[in-house]
Every structure is written in C-alpha cells, then in structure tokens.
Design a protein around this ligand. Structure first.
Ligand code: AP5
Ligand code: ZN
Length: 217
C-alpha cells in the first residue's frame, strides 16, 4: 500500500507516520528527514537544500523527486510506504504518479490532517527529537518520562531543528497554503482523499487515522 499524509508543518505527520509504521508494518518515508540527512552528510543536494530549508521555503522539485525515487527503490519500501511530507507540489504529485505506474503500485489514500494554523507555532516551538532513534517529543504535549532522556532508546542527546523558529514557521505555513494545499483537490478528483481532524490529543488522532488506514489498505 501507498499512503500519503498531507498537512501543514506541525500537523503531526511525522508523529503519526511513526505510529502507523509500527501498527501497520509500513515504512515511513519523510522527505524532510531525507533532506536533513543530506544536509548533515554535506552531499551536493544537501548543500543546495540547506539555506532553502532554513528560510522555510520548498526545496526544488528536481532535488526532492530524485531523493524520493532513490529511497522508494530500497527493499524495505516494498512492503508499503507512508509518505510524510511528499508530495508537496503538483509537479511532485505527477512525478509520484509516474513512478508508481512503473512499479504497478497505486495510492490507497491521501490523508489530510486538518489543524488550525494558530496551533502550529506552539506545536513546533516545543518540539525536540531524540538524536539516537529519531523519536519525536514535545515540551508540553509529549515530554520524556525522565528529563533529557529518550523513553525509547535511553539516549541523552535531544535535538531541536534549525528551522523551528517563529519566523521560519510563518514562511513554512505560507508555502504550505500556496503550494501544498492544492494537492487536496488534486487527490479529491481522484477520489482518494480522507480528512482526519488533528487538533485533538496524539492518541485520539492516531485512533481516527488507524480506522481510515484499515479501510484503505
Ligand atoms: P518537514 O520535515 O517535512 O517539515 P514540515 O512539513 O514542516 O513538518 P514538520 O516536521 O514540522 O511537522 P509534522 O507534521 O511532521 O509534525 P510532528 O509530528 O513533528 O520539512 C522540512 C523542510 O524540508 C521544508 O520546510 C522544506 O524546506 C523541505 N522539504 C521537505 N519535504 C519537501 C518536499 N516534498 N518538497 C520540497 N521541500 C521539502 O509534530 C510537531 C510537534 O507537535 C511535535 O513536537 C509533536 O510531539 C507534537 N504533536 C504532534 N501531534 C500532536 C497533537 N495531536 N497534539 C499535540 N502535540 C502534537
Ligand atoms: Zn531515542
């Protein structure tokens, strides 16, 4: 199966994709994570992406599609994927359609996580991630049991993202509304969209999402 999670920055795409990975045996594929890895590794794509990401703008379709295509070809993606943060433009959506035609796969559902912009700054400014296993946390909404220590792997290097500042969040929201929100209509015309309210608590959103995923796969 191929599932797409659509939603603005901070909607909970990464949080929910990691939960779905465990409950449904699918592979999470986050272009944001892949781009951050490319930046950290200093690849050519990473060098081009770094300033764009820190400004809160979208990285070029060319770079993102190439990274996605490579990752989608890896063996662990054959069991099915949850796309988290891709596609983000109509050009990317069309490229995905073409890639899936080649592999004979289809999109089971494009799931739109519905949230209010006003909540996003609070969610994003409180976010931190475990440097050991990548688990995501939040100062208020999902704290670690022991301060500074990951509940999952026990690592003590917690990271905050360079683009999680108030100014950058505003730009990321603008990019979402201008370039990504039109994808809801794109998938609507294909009859593949489900709307899941995502203002509630993490576990309540997960319950609603699980029901949609079970129906779609
Ligand atoms: P990316 O990494 O995809 O970031 P994003 O879309 O801005 O999304 P976030 O990771 O900020 O949010 P999320 O929805 O995953 O929320 P999370 O679960 O962490 O992209 C970063 C950049 O890379 C882009 O700006 C762009 O430059 C580039 N990029 C990536 N993909 C691209 C593409 N396809 N094309 C072009 N450029 C691309 O949750 C947020 C916080 O809230 C966490 O702390 C979490 O614990 C908490 N939380 C989650 N759910 C809830 C809840 N229900 N209640 C309370 N708190 C919650
Ligand atoms: Zn960890």
């Amino acid at each position: 199966p191929v599932l797409i999670l659509l939603g603005p920055p901070g909607a909970g795409k990464g949080t929910q994709a990691r939960m779905l990975e465990e409950t449904h045996g699918l592979t999470q594929l986050s272009t944001g994570d892949l781009l951050r890895a490319a930046v950290a590794a200093g690849t050519d794509a990473g060098k081009q992406a770094k300033a764009v990401m820190e400004a809160g703008d979208l990285v070029s379709d060319e770079i993102v599609i190439a990274i996605l295509r490579d990752r989608l070809g890896e063996p662990d993606c054959a069991r099915g994927v949850i796309l988290d943060g891709f596609p983000r433009t109509i050009v990317q959506a069309e490229a995905l359609d073409a890639l899936l035609r080649q592999t004979g796969q289809r999109i089971n559902a494009a799931i739109s996580l519905a949230v209010e912009d006003a909540a996003m700054v609070e969610r994003i400014s409180g976010r931190f991630t475990c440097g050991g296993c990548g688990e995501g946390y939040h100062d208020t909404f999902k704290p670690t049991a022991k301060a500074g220590t990951c509940d999952h792997c026990g690592a003590t290097d917690m990271k905050r993202r360079a683009d999680d500042t108030a100014e950058t969040v505003a730009q990321r929201l603008e990019a979402y509304h201008a370039q990504t929100a039109p994808l809801i209509d794109y998938y609507q015309t294909k009859g593949a969209v489900s709307h899941v309210p995502a203002m509630g608590a993490i576990n309540d959103v997960a319950t609603a999402l699980n029901a949609v995923v079970r129906r779609a796969t």
